[in-house]
Design a protein. Structure first.
Length: 380
């Protein structure tokens, strides 16, 4: 794999594409492995019960992180070798190169972030193994080592997104960025489960957190692409993944339980746990966001300001939809009081304002990872 490029850009576009495509796809594949392991593990806890450290879903989780870590390490070592040989490094392979430990290592920014996330994941995995050894079975998703593992996966996914964003001039770079955002958005609601400890006397903190994260990442997709289709494209990919996991999660939990001769719980909801955390209204809400961005472009309004307003409206709609969604999905669930739904929607809208602003800015930051095109700005 040749990571270098000449100063006059004599390297062909096709060769540049081949240079970055393989390692980028490997880190994305590792992230998908971890996502499969996570949705499988969450469904296991719901349908079967506690687990030990050595289970097949955990194997997928750790294998995915190992793939991301090894691929990132390989690119860092190749980049370091190229730098020491005095060869310029192509910034389309993972982003601009930064020095690590002084000038000991040279690492493309995207691969540095994904590699750090993978390394911390394995460290938290040691903690998780110790936790299982100390307490035995693990029955909850929000144990201390699990929170660390989830945050580490998030860091790896951010790095994976940056890796593809650096190759934005290639079609695979743009598609890969939206795919990475899709994995992040599918994974994001699990992080919001950490908000279950927040009192829900006046509003649902989990719905607020899910709504803000969804708005933020959809806005990132819209800002990064810089043209119509980014918001809807990201939400549509999420819907595809959500549909696949809707079938896969219960099937995998039952199949694995049968394999190890464990029974399912006497009363299970039958609802796929992780896919049901993602807002089912995301695609139509993203379409409304797309219309808002389009109207702003036609009127010449500043895109980041439009994203704030659009994000606030989208956040309120998603925050209102999530409690209703749970009521419709789970048998015996009752619709919360109207005032409680209203306060949840209001707080979701307020945090949606922040998500819309930050998402547009983060999308602009991703655009800056790639070599700029003539006349292009981050706030396009």
């Amino acid at each position: 794999m040749d990571l270098t490029a000449s100063g006059v850009r004599t390297t062909s576009v096709a060769k540049q594409a081949r240079t970055g495509l393989l390692p980028a796809n490997v880190v994305l594949g590792g992230s998908l492995l971890s996502l499969v392991g996570l949705t499988w593990d969450i469904q296991w806890h719901s349908d079967v019960g506690p687990d030990t450290f050595f289970t097949l879903p955990h194997l997928f989780l750790y294998a995915g992180s190992a793939v991301v870590g090894l691929a990132s390490l390989a690119v860092v070592l190749l980049t370091t070798a190229a730098r020491r040989a005095g060869r310029p490094v192509d910034p389309r392979v993972g982003g601009r190169v930064v020095n690590v430990f002084g000038r000991t290592f040279a690492a493309p920014l995207g691969y540095l972030v994904s590699g750090v996330g993978a390394a911390t994941f394995l460290l938290y995995g040691l903690w998780d193994q110790w936790w299982h050894g100390l307490y035995g079975f693990d029955a909850v998703i929000d144990s201390p080592p699990h929170i660390g593992l989830l945050l580490s996966i998030t860091v790896s996914l951010i790095g994976t997104t940056a890796v593809f964003a650096a190759a934005r001039e290639h079609l695979w770079g743009r598609i890969g960025t939206l795919a990475s955002l899709t994995v992040l958005l599918t994974f994001g609601p699990v992080l919001s489960l950490g908000l279950q400890q927040v009192p829900d006397d006046y509003a649902d903190a989990v719905s607020i957190g899910c709504s803000m994260m969804a708005v933020l990442l959809v806005a990132v997709g819209a800002s990064f692409l810089g043209r119509p289709g980014g918001a809807v494209g990201t939400a549509a990919l999420v819907a595809v993944v959500q549909g696949i996991f809707w079938w896969f999660s219960p099937w995998a939990a039952k199949a694995y339980a049968d394999l190890v001769d464990l029974p399912l719980r006497d009363a299970i909801s039958g609802v796929p746990e992780m896919p049901s955390l993602t807002p089912l209204a995301l695609l139509p809400v993203a379409a409304l966001m797309e219309l808002g961005y389009l109207a702003g472009r036609r009127r010449g309004w500043r895109a980041s300001r439009v994203s704030v307003v659009v994000g606030g409206i989208a956040g309120a709609l998603l925050g209102l939809s999530l409690p209703v969604q749970r009521t419709l999905l789970y048998t015996g669930a009752h619709l919360p009081p109207s005032w409680w739904l209203a306060t949840t929607a209001v707080f979701s809208g307020l945090f949606g304002l922040l998500g819309g602003f930050a998402g547009w800015r983060f999308g602009g930051m991703l655009r800056l990872l790639a070599p700029a095109k003539k006349g292009e700005t981050a706030d396009a």
